[in-house]
Design a protein around this ligand. Structure first.
Ligand SMILES: [Mg+2]
Length: 125
C-alpha cells in the first residue's frame, strides 16, 4: 500500500513516515498542498496511485483545505483523505468533511491511533 503524506513540518513528515513504513506500507512525502498535487501528477504519469492521502491543514503555498478541493476535482477524487492537524475547531472539521475529507486525526498522535485510522479509511472503501 502506498500513502501520500502532505505536511510542511519535517518532524511530522518523518514521524508519520516512520510509523507508516514500520507497518510495512510505502510513503511518498510532499511539503505542501502544491507539492502534493505535483506528486499526484507524477504518480499519474507513472500509472500508479496511492491508496490514501494524509494531509495537514496549515501549510505555505497551498493549505490542506485547498489541496483537498483540488484533489476532489482531479482523477484522484475517489481516494480517501485523512486530515492530520492540530486544528480541532468544529467548523473547520465540518468544512473539511464537506470538501471530501473522510477522516480527521489530531496531532500529537499515537502511532497505533494513526495506523488504526489508516486501516479504517482504506478498508472502508
Ligand atoms: Mg503545518
Amino acid at each position: 500500500m502506498l500513502i501520500l503524506m502532505v505536511d510542511d513540518s519535517p518532524t511530522i513528515r518523518s514521524s508519520v513516515s516512520f510509523c507508516i513504513q514500520n507497518a510495512g506500507y510505502k510513503v511518498v512525502e510532499a511539503v505542501d498542498g502544491q507539492d502534493g498535487l505535483e506528486r499526484l501528477e507524477e504518480m499519474k504519469n507513472q500509472g500508479i496511485a496511492p491508496s490514501l492521502i494524509i494531509t495537514d491543514v496549515n501549510m505555505p503555498r497551498m493549505d490542506g483545505m485547498t489541496f483537498i478541493e483540488n484533489v476532489k476535482k482531479s482523477e484522484f477524487r475517489y481516494l480517501p483523505i485523512m486530515v492530520l492537524t492540530t486544528e480541532s475547531e468544529e467548523g473547520l472539521i465540518e468544512k473539511g468533511r464537506a470538501l471530501g475529507a473522510s477522516g480527521w486525526l489530531l496531532k500529537p498522535f499515537q502511532p497505533e491511533e494513526l495506523l488504526w485510522a489508516i486501516k479504517k479509511l482504506v478498508w472502508e472503501r
